[in-house]
Design a protein around this ligand. Sequence first.
Ligand code: URA
Length: 264
Amino acid sequence: MSEREIEKPLWEQWADQRAMATGERLQKVLALRGWGSRRVCEDMIAEGRVTVNGEVAVLGRRVDAEVDTVEVDGVQIGLRPDLVYYLLNKPVGVITTASDPQGRPTVTELVPDEPRVFSVGRLDADTEGLLLLTNDGELANRIAHPSHGVEKEYLAYVNGNVPGKVLHRMREGIELEDGITAPAKASQLSPGLLRITIHEGRNRQVRRMCEAVGFPVQRLVRVRIGPLRDSSLAPGEWRELTLDEVRQVVESVAGMPRSYDRRP
Ligand code: URA
C-alpha cells in the first residue's frame, strides 16, 4: 500500500477498493460517453489527463459512474446525470439575467425549471441567437474566462455597404471607451451584412465596434459559440447539447491550470 493510501481514512480506502472491484473500467465509461474509442480513452488515461476523485487515474481503474467524480483535463464531464447543457436560440426582447425589475421575460423561463441553470455569458435584450445554459459552474467559468478566447461569431446587419478599410480597422482593433478591442475577424457577406467574430466578452461590444466605425447595428444575431452552431433552432427553441458537443466544448477550454479551478 502506498504512503498516500496509508494517509487515507479507512472508509475512503474501503470505498476505493469497492469501486475498483465493482465499477466499470474507466476507458469503457469514457468511451460510452463519447470520448472516442476505448483505445483513444486508454491513451488519455495513460497521458495522465483523467482523474478520479481528484487523483490521476491509472489504466485498469474502475469507477462507479454514479458516485465517482471523473475529470478529463480538469473538467468534470458527462458522468454526473445532474449536469445539463442547453443550447437556446434567444429571441429579441428576452433578457439574460435571472430576473428583471421591468418584468421582461428571461432566458431561464424558456428552458426547464429543474435543474436550475444559468447562462454562460450574456446577450443584450435586443440581440438574438445562441446562448448556452448549464448548471456546470466549472465549465461555465472556463468558457467565460478571457484567457481561453472562446470565439463568438455574430451576424451584424447594418445600413449600407461597408468599405474594406472599415473591416480592416475591426481586424486591427477599435478604440472604445473601455480600451482597444482585440483583433476581430470581420468580413462582409453581402452589402450591409457583416460576419464578426470576437473572443472577448465586453458589454455590447459588437454594437459599440460597429457604432465606432460609423455603421450602427440594426440587427445582431449570434450564430456560433466556440464549436457550437445550430441554424435549425427557431427563436425561443432550445435543445440539449449532444455528448460530442459537450466534449468539443471541454476540449476547446482544456488546459487551464488547476490552480484556477480551485481558486476560492
Ligand atoms: N455584442 C453586442 O453588442 N451585444 C451582444 O449581445 C453580444 C455581443
